[in-house]
Design a protein around this ligand. Sequence first.
Ligand SMILES: Cc1cc2nc3c(=O)[nH]c(=O)nc-3n(C[C@H](O)[C@H](O)[C@H](O)COP(=O)(O)O)c2cc1C
Length: 167
Amino acid sequence: MSASPGEPRAFHRIVAELDYPMIIATTADGTERAGCLIGFSTQCSIKPPRYAVLISTKNRTAEVAVRAEIIVVHILRPGDKPLARVFGEETGDDVPKFDQCSWKPGPGGVPVIDDCDWFAGRIMRRVDVGDHVLHALDVIDEGDATRAERGQLGFQAVRDLHAGHMP
Ligand SMILES: Cc1cc2nc3c(=O)[nH]c(=O)nc-3n(C[C@H](O)[C@H](O)[C@H](O)COP(=O)(O)O)c2cc1C
């Protein structure tokens, strides 16, 4: 039997079992850096290459992304759970996350975290889709894919983490 509107129980059960590839999105607005762990992301165009990243309106990263031009997407691998913990359980509202990892300034000064595969995109569109804002990225820098054979860190491997901000 289907649930009544406002109680999408089947939906919640289905999405809880999906295995989103976990990424870290970083950004910068010229004065401030930010970044968070993200499960909601996907390629959304092939030609031109585009990628969509959904950022919760509660996150510090969303506040900085409003003023930013570029987002760097880092693809997490199975050994990256400690990094996922820093960017997913802590918030830039309380903690300087970039003191807890090694990184370098990348395109537009946006942090590129060491030892991660990454690409960078220019924010071409922002769409308010509810409690998250979809950021459509035009891929502008191919970054690094030297760890592409190592597999991915999926949502099921990190679902025990407690988000720094609840949506
Ligand atoms: C498993 C997991 C998945 C998450 N997925 C997302 C997501 O898709 N989008 C998002 O904005 N935040 C997501 N978060 C939450 C943020 O990573 C978290 O609230 C973080 O502390 C925000 O940091 P900030 O306030 O410095 O931006 C997720 C957290 C966890 C633990």
